[in-house]
Design a protein around this ligand. Sequence first.
Ligand SMILES: *Cc1c(COP(=O)(O)O)cnc(C)c1O
Length: 345
Amino acid sequence: MINGKIDFRSDTVTVPTEEMRKAMASAVVGDDVYGDDATINELERLAAEIFGKESALFVPTGTMANQLALFTHVQRGEEVILPDNCHIIAHEVGASAIIAGAQLRSVPNVKGEMSLDLVEHYIRKDPDDIHQPRTALISYENADSDGQVRSLEYMKQVKALAEKYQLPVYVDGARIFNAATYLNVDVKDMAQYTDTISVCLSKGLCAPAGSLLMGSKEFITKARRKRKILGGGMRQVGILAAAGILALKEMSRRLQEDHDNAKYLCTSLKEVEGLEVYEERQQINMVFFRLKDFPMDSATLVKYMAEHDVRINGEDNGMMRFVTHNYVSKEEIDKVVQLLKDDAR
Ligand SMILES: *Cc1c(COP(=O)(O)O)cnc(C)c1O
């Protein structure tokens, strides 16, 4: 429960834990633009270590991490090859056209992956051709916003292809710890196949705000300067970093519980008449289903649930998504499933 409600809308609704609030209250802070914030410095050091990269940079949001990655990797007019339904294209208000001035070359996401043949086909082969833009970056998500995880083998293949054309790879790892939990590997094992990678601290990891961008020392130095351009140079931001440190150290270890709960939810939803549950898409903390012969439409269901103190999102392109997180228990899942069953509604 969060503030008296069961909330299945997203893992972004998670509030800081008691332990985080205590750490935030007593955090040693300073002016981070001067490099004086010891807690931010510790968070960035820790993140670099965990991801096996030279350096890390704290940014307020995952959107800024993505846009800063593009802004730092890509010159205006250069191309980024990325999946067509990714967050950068679908959920960032066209920012890459405004900030980096990048041209996005999108590749269809088939069963959760860009075909490597198509990616190779899209890479501009002649940088001296005066007509063609240059390819500057290959980017994809792991896990993606549809809750789908790319395998280590796929990550390795993308990296090998990028190296063949001397291109960098950026992975939007907003939910990289969920992906690593699903694959049962270390995030370092995944990050080795990227040049740069981000992670969001404020989704399943429960920090109130913040993402990190990781890469080489040289890249992060450039990104730090560009972050200032975006107005992202913050002051006593160790207050947030104190929660971020616990997110990385502690909360990243408990995600299997969310995945197990999602599996339990998925199995339980299959018993509800009128729903079509996409069991094969349940990999991390998300469950997808459609209202098939259900007696309520999506908007009515959202209202009905709200009347019972349950918050859900309505359908998106016909698809419903329920998300589990630190503040969803098995008992609460049982309650929601009971509300969906015909004897309750
Ligand atoms: C949530 C998310 C982001 C960015 O999130 P913010 O809301 O800006 O923090 C980026 N990429 C993916 C895949 C996400 O799920």
